[in-house]
Design a protein around this ligand. Structure first.
Ligand code: CA
Length: 611
């Protein structure tokens, strides 16, 4: 009887011990590579009370340099030197008294060739897609049991609609046919927050694709298939802030993991970086508030985590470029370091920062090599011309001014001189955060054609937004808000009554618009005069704006009539770009246009002439 009791107690003790045994929930990065330029690897270990354990590694070439406990005991940060490590699996042992926990970590072999990671440049045309709103390739992933509640509901502009990566993959034919050369997807990482965060800007896991969009493997397959068509992929990342259900928010690693703002309300005073009169208060509010949970990138552990996360996605998924959200809001020095580290590993890569300022000079300040910036260089290769976006719609859609508004466009282009690298300025008429270029349903295609002809023939890298080719229109100020500019593409969902992905499903005007853009895009592809050529422009005369792109004895002349009436344009002032030629061929219609004496150009017409 007594022996039986002892046995019972022993069983209870053992059972208790096994219940008590800690485990490693996760180590990030999920794996790494040997052969990277940077010999150091940070491992973020997640596990209950893991900070009380002592880690050790016994593997040739892998040296544990330091182990850092933060304020929460449920994290441990390891720094390894892997400069001499061969690829393979190694065990990390975590010991506490007699207890040991083992975790097998993988070092893969870095790929020899990086030719599949190409960056983008001014010969490309980017096409921005909001994955939840483009096409639903897999309806079984629409409503999933996530941690946070959400309902898929296509009738609600702010709800998830069910679009996914497979939907994009299934429409690669459509994109290739249209003639774009790169796709930029709004963020695809897990956003397990209340309501579902269809737009993707509140990440809860920086190493996993949101399951409602697909798996990590689905993302890799989409990129591989896009690459096989000669097209590139731009990944959207956000370092400034994370979602409220991120593990770091639920169990804060340390007080300085996040920023604390003097005001809950952000001020978006992005001018503080060069404003001689900026107050400390405005600076702190700008950097530390505005987008919810504000990460402190000045914390070196956070900084290394974020830098490694980018490198992980590049090496793992073979993305070509990164678009960094809310760029100026993150820590300046850390972002600079991030650019340097990525370019060290991938010199051909491109990074574009969302620099949303009112004036060109503010945007140009942020571009690598700017002489306006008297401090440390940002090292940021590409910036976005938000100023053009903000003026373009009013300029091209204007019908009230008899001579149009192209003078304003001319003036905008005059300020290109402030950019150190004009070809790496991203130009666009609309994106997922702005009103559509077409504010209302268009009655004709004048504004559309002029806007796109201009966008695709000026210096810089053009970016289109999904649905633009289908004449999607709308503003954020109407009921529905952001949802108005992030509509589902009809035909992307099973059961849709219309299908805008096919010519048969589109209206006559949509087809004309689509075909116009396709002609332009196909013509622009590999056209070095446009992607590399110089520019000469003339002040608008009688509302007509004329400019030339020129390279190695070849030229293209673009003529935009902003006026409400037909204009007989005297050509003598353009002799320096006519270069003795008396005719040009319009690339859209193949019409030969005589260029002697006067040119008769219709109201709101645009000509793109090969000379
Ligand atoms: Ca789906």
């Amino acid at each position: 009887m007594r022996n039986k009791s002892i046995l019972y107690i022993l069983i209870v003790l053992f059972a208790g011990a096994s219940v008590e045994a800690r485990q490693i929930d996760r180590i990030e990065p999920l794996f790494w590579w040997s052969g990277m330029k940077n010999p150091e690897l940070q491992l973020m270990v997640y596990g209950e009370e893991i900070a009380y354990y002592k880690p050790s590694i016994d593997y040739p070439g892998v040296y544990l340099k330091s182990s850092v406990a933060v304020e929460s005991p449920n994290y441990l940060i390891l720094y390894l030197d892997i400069s001499e490590a061969e690829p393979g699996n190694f065990d990390i042992t975590f010991s506490r008294n007699q207890e040991k926990i083992s975790y097998t970590y993988e070092l893969k072999q870095r790929k020899d060739s990086m030719t599949d990671i190409r960056g983008y440049d001014s010969s490309d045309v980017l096409y921005l897609i909001m994955p939840d709103r483009f096409a639903n390739g897999d309806t079984t992933n629409d409503q999933l049991p996530m941690t946070a509640e959400y309902t898929v509901d296509r009738t609600r502009p702010g709800a998830r609609h069910g679009g996914d990566l497979l939907g994009i993959e299934q429409h690669l034919d459509y994109l290739e046919e249209l003639g774009v050369t790169a796709i930029w997807l709004n963020p695809v990482l897990e956003n397990d927050g209340r309501g579902g965060f269809y737009h993707g800007y509140f990440a809860t896991d920086m190493y996993s694709i949101d399951r409602r969009l697909g798996s990590n493997e689905d993302y890799l397959r989409l990129i591989d298939k896009t690459h096989k068509r000669g097209m590139k992929v731009v990944m959207d990342m956000i370092f400034n802030h994370i979602g409220a259900n991120h593990p770091w928010v639920l169990d804060k690693p340390a007080r300085d993991w996040f920023n604390v703002s003097p005001s809950q309300r952000g001020n978006h005073a992005k001018e503080i970086f060069y404003d001689n009169y900026a107050s400390r208060y405005d600076s702190d509010v700008m950097k530390y508030a505005g987008f919810g949970i504000d990460l402190n990138q000045a914390n070196p552990h956070v900084a290394t985590y974020l830098i490694q996360n980018s490198i992980w996605w590049i090496e793992y998924a073979r993305i070509d470029a990164i678009r960094q959200d809310t760029y100026p809001y993150a820590d300046y020095d850390m972002m600079r370091e991030w650019n340097i580290r990525i370019m060290e590993e991938y010199p051909q890569f491109n990074i574009v920062g969302e620099i949303w300022t009112e004036y060109t000079i503010g945007t140009a300040w942020w571009q690598k090599g700017s002489k306006l910036n008297s401090g440390k260089d940002t090292e940021l290769k590409s910036v976005m011309d938000f100023t053009l976006m903000s003026i373009a719609s009013e300029i091209f859609n204007n019908k009230s001014a008899p001579n149009g508004r192209l003078q304003k466009l001319y003036t905008h282009m005059c300020y290109d001189f402030v950019y150190p690298d004009i070809q790496n300025v991203l130009r666009f008429l609309e994106n997922h955060d702005t009103d559509r270029f077409l504010r209302e349903k268009p009655a004709d295609l004048h504004a559309y054609k002029q806007g796109l002809a201009f966008l695709l023939t000026i210096p810089g890298t053009p970016q289109l937004y999904y649905g633009q080719e289908l004449l999607m229109y709308g503003t954020k100020s109407a009921p529905g808000g952001d949802g108005n500019i992030r509509l589902d593409v009809p035909g992307g969902w099973p059961g849709d009554t219309e299908n805008w992905f096919t010519p048969e499903g589109r209206s006559a005007m949509q087809n004309e618009a689509w075909n116009y853009l396709q002609t332009l895009l196909r013509w622009r592809k590999n056209n070095k005069i446009i992607s590399e050529g110089t520019m000469i422009h003339f002040q608008p005369n009688q509302g007509v704006y004329v400019y030339e792109r020129y390279l190695n004895g070849q030229s293209i002349i673009v003529i935009l009539n902003g006026a409400n009436q037909e204009v007989n344009l005297p050509l003598s002032r353009y002799n320096e770009i006519l270069r003795g030629k008396t005719k040009g061929t319009d690339i859209i219609t193949n019409r030969v246009i005589p260029l002697e004496g006067e040119l008769k150009i219709n109201a709101k017409e645009v000509l793109i002439l090969e000379m």
